[in-house]
Design a protein around this ligand. Structure first.
Ligand SMILES: [Zn+2]
Length: 73
């Protein structure tokens, strides 16, 4: 299952949030979630609009499809 990634605001690196797309729909993440960055070891907050699905950076259509399929309705 693809990982959910964000851009580290400190280093600009793509870092995994520790969540996967099976956990929840990105569009449902409206409250910031915090995690400890594995690259710079600081705590970052992220929301669904900040995040991407790993491997889908250049395929926004795939991202949308993944979100649609993960929604309960
Ligand atoms: Zn970081």
């Amino acid at each position: 299952m693809p990982r959910i990634i964000i851009d580290c605001p400190t280093t600009g690196a793509q870092v995994p949030t520790g969540h996967r797309t099976q956990d929840f729909a990105l569009s449902a993440v409206v409250e910031p979630r915090s995690f400890r960055c594995p690259v710079c070891h600081e705590v970052h907050a992220w929301k669904g609009e900040d995040a991407r699905i790993e491997g889908a950076e250049h395929e926004r259509a795939s991202l949308s499809a993944a979100l649609d399929s993960s929604l309960p309705n």
